[in-house]
Ligand binder design. Sequence first.
Ligand code: RP5
Length: 166
Amino acid sequence: MTSSSPEVLILMGSESDVHVMEEAKKVLDEFGVVSRMHIASAHRTPAKVQQLVKDGEANNIKIFIAGAGHAAHLAGVVAAHTTRPVIGVPIDSSSLGGLDALLATAQMPSGVPVATTAIGKSGAKNAGVLAVQILALHRPELQKQLVTYKQQMAKKVEDDDHHLAD
Ligand code: RP5
């Protein structure tokens, strides 16, 4: 496997989900973690979902991120086909504002976990951060970057507070 082989596979159910799931990719890029995005639907192209997961496992994908809206089964279906960690992102693309996707993604039956984030872009971003945190368990350089990331977040809050008080 070359150093540029993707370690994280980001799947989404529709082209309409891309603008949300790009947030996960942005974070992974920021940390230098190589990822790859695909559109594949649990409902419309179920065989493709299975193939992508099997190919991903065979090609060193360590973590799967799956984002979908409406009756969102994508993350659960991915989890059905792998023993690797699956992070689910509920997307707010339906008339229920993503609550339907949140419940469908989070409420997995016992034995088949999907680590579910918040709805929408913040959830996609957190999926990226969580994937980095999992990879960082065995990668001290990523762990260092995570410490800096947290320090920068804290600094921004402090700076914002100072500006407000000025
Ligand atoms: C889900 O249905 C997709 O994940 C998307 O969020 C939603 C709507 O898909 P489109 O009708 O916009 O393709 O499967």
